[in-house]
Design a protein around this ligand. Sequence first.
Ligand code: FMN
Length: 172
Amino acid sequence: MDDRLDFIYKRRSIRIFEHQKEVEKEKLQELLKAAMAAPSASNGQPWEFVVVTDPDKLAELRRRLNYGNYNATAAIAVLANLGIAKKESSFRFWIQDCSAATENILLAATALGLGSVWIGGYPKDDVTGVLHEILEIPADIHILNLIYIGYPAEEKPAHTKYEESRVHWQKY
Ligand SMILES: Cc1cc2nc3c(=O)[nH]c(=O)nc-3n(C[C@H](O)[C@H](O)[C@H](O)COP(=O)(O)O)c2cc1C
């Protein structure tokens, strides 16, 4: 693994966080700038984000999300609003656009010394239903996921899931 790509290999799903240590607002803003640096189909940029740092809201998210009961001090929900998308393409490609934005957030978090984990939303209606309700997201806005962000309280080794057998050169 090439050291220059450390921030990629060091990104791991972190599920235990320093619960007293808040994420600085400047760092959260940097993550959002990284998110909105992502590629986007026809540059349609349908994305919007809900940033949550309120301890009561975070507690409610933990309580209601079966696969998202982690003690992070911040969370970002990644959304698509097709009403403000700059291009028709976003109707077909919002999942890819929002996924690219999400990966940028995860990688930027790692580079800034933060831990993160992607909690799958769409197409799980039970999860998106909970997020619509708690975060007061209108029904016509799509929710790709919730990303928990915080200072990590667990260490995981850098890794790649590289398997040579998955790679085909020149033809399948
Ligand atoms: C679409 C998607 C949905 C995921 N949903 C959850 C989730 O609901 N809860 C969770 O703890 N982790 C979730 N994860 C994180 C994966 O479990 C994790 O990426 C995987 O186990 C590999 O570990 P790594 O991220 O450390 O490489 C999700 C990841 C993706 C890409």
